[in-house]
Design a protein around this ligand. Structure first.
Ligand code: HEC
Length: 443
């Protein structure tokens, strides 16, 4: 085995051995119990979890930690505390498990595609640093340290872009859109290889396109949005091939382009890309896949597939097959904010994902003509703990009342406009239904 592949396989082992930390807290039976706190800095997004491991020897570093800690990700930093650490020499590693799969993802040549850092600013170059490079001494009175992810804090432009991006999206702040767009573009001029900013640029364009009514976008704008979104997601996928969310949105934009061009071969390629994305992260991409076809004619084969994908998404999220006849939940299944299952719930990224999912699903069932199931499906949204704060609560309640009348409305609607004459996917809240923050925060 070459030195390169050795170091890379070490890196991969490190990943597997040290990172399934969730809940796994090991404490040594040390007589002297020092406390070590670490501030993990340079966190750019709030998705997934921050995982850190404490290692006590060169032999175990960075594969087998003596203690591991985790936290949900917060920007720009989180602090983790290790208790009962016996005084001595240690090294620490931390990374941002952005997709919540419990491991450090790697791309081409085994290079990590998730932000990673080590104590004492030691760097991973062709594999992890040595224990000696990252080592520090823990005295009996304990110690605080800082780990910068990727050994590089975000630039001012990146911080500004991230802040403006989320403020616009969560605030449903259409007026702030141009400034958010400019900030992300500015960050990319400086850091063109940043997958997050590339993806955010794609999302800004797809938001502008999807809610064209709210943005008063012209057909020319929409064409340009689609081209830019496709290019941005393409770059993001190249830079972070394991990010199934980027791949799912790339498939969406590729599919839209193929539809615009009436290109059947391109459409099949887009569907193949989507199938790959679904395989990588079903909880997220079954929705992405079905959503795009929920505007198709109710009697088309595409619509039937989209319906199936929504049911499958519900099954994988519920952890068991959900009755097709009585799809109402008595109470919500167990929630989580880590791992792939997190895409089933509300989070800081999608504060009303749960409600939005059921609003769309109800709409799809109405368009199919299945009124009873639609009403039960809509009603599931009420199980959310934050249903009362959801900006589209009244829309959903009216949908339950108007379900019969809406069959014809949804079957005949085309394009997007103000008001409620359209299914969610064609409405001016097709993104905001899930991503807009609570009413009090956004009005
Ligand atoms: C059914 C609800 C739903 C709809 C509709 C929806 N999303 Fe999302 N979105 C989610 C969920 C769930 C996630 C993943 C959250 C996670 O990673 O934990 C997500 C992830 C994202 C992210 C990830 C950002 C990051 O860096 O972590 C962005 C940006 C985004 N969506 C934008 C949009 C836009 C723009 C639209 C409209 C075209 C849209 N979404 C439609 C639920 C939704």
């Amino acid at each position: 085995m070459s030195r390169l592949s050795q170091t890379l396989s070490r890196l991969t082992q490190y990943t597997l051995a040290s990172c399934l930390i969730a809940g796994g807290v090991f404490t040594s039976a040390a007589a002297q119990a020092a406390r070590v706190t670490v501030t993990v800095d340079g966190i750019q997004t709030t998705d997934g979890a921050i995982l850190a491991g404490l290692f006590d020897s060169a032999a175990s570093f960075p594969q087998k930690y003596v203690q591991g800690r985790s936290s949900v990700a917060k920007t720009p930093s989180v602090t983790l505390t290790f208790e009962n650490v016996a005084p001595g020499r240690y090294a620490m590693s931390a990374f941002h498990d952005r997709n919540g799969n419990g491991k450090l993802d790697t791309g081409a040549f085994g290079i990590p595609t998730e932000p990673l850092g080590f104590s004492r600013g030691a760097r991973a170059i062709m594999g992890p640093p040595s224990f000696a490079d990252a080592a520090f001494d823990v005295p009996a009175e304990g110690l605080s340290l800082v780990i910068h992810l990727n050994e590089k804090a975000p630039t001012a432009a990146q911080r500004n872009a991230t802040e403006r991006f989320w403020a616009a999206l969560h605030g449903a702040d259409y007026a702030a859109y141009p400034a958010a767009l400019a900030a992300v573009q500015a960050a990319l001029v400086e850091s063109p290889q940043d997958p997050v900013q590339n993806a955010h640029l794609g999302w800004l364009h797809i938001w502008h396109l999807s809610e064209a009514g709210s943005f008063a976008a012209t057909p020319q704008d929409m064409g340009a949005d689609l081209t830019s979104a496709t290019r941005s997601f393409q770059r993001a996928v190249e830079l972070a091939p394991d990010e199934a969310r980027y791949l799912g949105f790339l498939a969406t934009t590729l599919f839209l382009e193929s539809a615009v061009n009436s290109d059947a071969a391109a459409s099949r390629r887009a569907e193949a890309t989507m199938a790959r994305a679904v395989q990588m992260w079903p909880e997220f991409n079954l929705f992405t896949a079905g959503y795009i076809h929920s505007s198709d004619p109710f009697d088309s084969p595409q619509y039937a597939t989209a319906m199936q994908q929504m049911w499958q998404d519900l099954d994988v999220c519920a952890g068991q097959p959900v009755s097709r006849e009585h799809p109402g939940f008595a109470k919500p299944p167990v929630q989580t904010n880590v791992g792939h299952q997190r895409a089933c719930w509300n989070s800081s990224i999608a504060p009303h994902n749960f409600e939005g999912f059921f609003l769309n699903f109800g709409d799809m069932l109405v368009k199919q003509g299945d009124i009873a199931s639609a009403r039960a499906m809509y009603a599931n949204a009420r199980l959310s703990a934050t249903y009362a704060e959801w900006a589209y609560r009244d829309v959903l309640e009216r949908r339950i009342t108007d379900a019969e009348a809406n069959v014809a409305v949804f079957r005949n609607s085309a394009g997007s406009s103000e008001g409620e004459a359209h299914m969610m996917v064609q409405s001016n809240f097709s993104c905001m239904a899930c991503h807009r923050g609570s009413r009090s925060a956004s009005t």
